[in-house]
Design a protein around this ligand. Structure first.
Ligand SMILES: NC(=O)c1ccc[n+]([C@@H]2O[C@H](COP(=O)([O-])OP(=O)(O)OC[C@H]3O[C@@H](n4cnc5c(N)ncnc54)[C@H](OP(=O)(O)O)[C@@H]3O)[C@@H](O)[C@H]2O)c1
Length: 327
């Protein structure tokens, strides 16, 4: 099978993890890396064995042998980086959250469609077998009518103004970095909410440090807590009128889920270990789409990315939180 030539834009934390997954896949070619620094580009290329190292993103996108670009930059750069790739006729696999706002995301997807290029948010959770198994249990009625989803993603992160997480100019804050996972789970189970009630602790630099979001579905509810200010076990529970599904700790990347009946008796347990580091499934989905010339992913469709982004827009509207340059 012909290999897919991957390029990575940005050489930070997740770029390293992703490159490890690429390295473990027979049909992925570690082809090119682009960095704002020639030193970092060379170092990254040497570490993982990339063939080409470019010292700017503008140079990277001129390489016509690239099949797809993985954008691993801060949220504030996703719009500009994606548009640059698409304008240069390159397919895009963009880290979460795919944009700062729906207004940016709409333009990114519109250009991808116009140029008949592939665009997918790298929402790895939605491609993982354990997550898909949980959705299968929900959709096949194993827990009856869903009444409640509870999911948290909190980390205790030491404040550092130079870290993108705390920098408004980088699209920082817990919402786009963390809440996007539990909100995506809630959306996959219950869809677009009728009502959103949210609160955030906004820090002195203007980004949300902790969020609490309640979603009302007329007879079903969801509750999402996220933040950098407290550690938690990051579990998720989906409860219905016939039973519940409990994800193991770190629900978005866990490898085990358990099904309980309405009396709390364990009915079934599913444990599916990662083959590499858990990012292999989203890469395989992108490979499948490119090989089948699919315009978008079925596991991470544009509609899902857009609907979750709209929920996050509404939360920021409720908190009067704007990123620099936003109207
Ligand atoms: N899927 C996951 O599990 C997961 C986990 C963590 C993060 N993420 C997502 O991945 C993205 C990157 O996160 P990260 O934690 O890897 O960030 P990071 O460590 O700060 O790295 C981001 C990289 O982007 C490049 N960059 C471009 N413009 C920049 C700017 N204005 N400021 C700082 N860096 C800039 C830099 O690479 P060069 O200097 O080489 O150009 C930098 O190393 C975010 O969207 C985040 O939400 C996903």
């Amino acid at each position: 099978m012909e290999k897919i030539n991957w390029a990575i834009m940005g050489t930070g934390r997740i770029a390293h993890t992703f490159a490890q997954a690429l390295k473990g896949l027979d049909d992925a070619e570690l082809y090119a890396v682009g960095s704002r620094s020639s030193e970092k580009a060379k170092q990254f290329a040497d570490e993982f064995g990339f063939e080409k190292a470019y010292d700017s993103y503008d140079e990277l996108v001129k390489d016509k042998d690239i099949d797809i670009v993985y954008i691993a930059t801060p949220m504030s750069a996703h719009y500009q980086n994606t548009m640059l790739c698409l304008e240069n006729s390159l397919n895009v696999f963009c880290e979460k959250s795919a944009a700062l706002s729906s207004s940016q995301l709409e333009k990114m997807i519109a250009l991808a469609k116009e140029k008949q290029l592939f665009f997918m948010e790298a929402m790895w959770m939605k491609c993982r077998p354990t997550y898909l198994k949980a959705l299968e249990w929900v959709r096949s009625g194993r827990i009856g009518k869903v009444r409640y989803v509870k999911a948290d993603f909190c980390n205790l992160v030491k404040y550092d103004r130079s870290d993108r997480l705390f920098a408004p100019e980088c699209g920082g804050g817990a919402l786009l970095d963390l809440s996007v996972y539990p909100l995506t789970l809630v959306y996959d189970v219950l869809g677009v909410p009728k009502e959103i009630i949210s609160a955030a602790h906004i820090g002195a630099d203007g980004v949300d440090l902790s969020d609490s979001i309640m979603l009302n579905y007329d007879g079903a509810f969801a509750s999402v807590d996220s933040g950098f200010e407290m550690p938690c076990i990051n579990r998720a529970v989906i409860s219905g009128d016939k039973g519940s599904i409990v994800f193991a700790d770190w629900f978005f990347c866990c490898c085990e889920i358990t099904l309980y009946d309405s009396e709390g008796n364990e009915i079934e347990r599913s444990a599916i270990p990662n083959e590499i580091n858990g990012y292999e499934y989203e890469i395989r989905e992108a490979h499948r789409c490119l090989r089948e010339k699919a315009p978008e992913s079925t596991l991470v469709p544009h509609k899902s990315t857009k609907d979750v982004m709209s929920i996050m827009d509404e939360c920021r509207r409720q908190w009067s939180m704007k990123f620099p340059g936003e109207e």
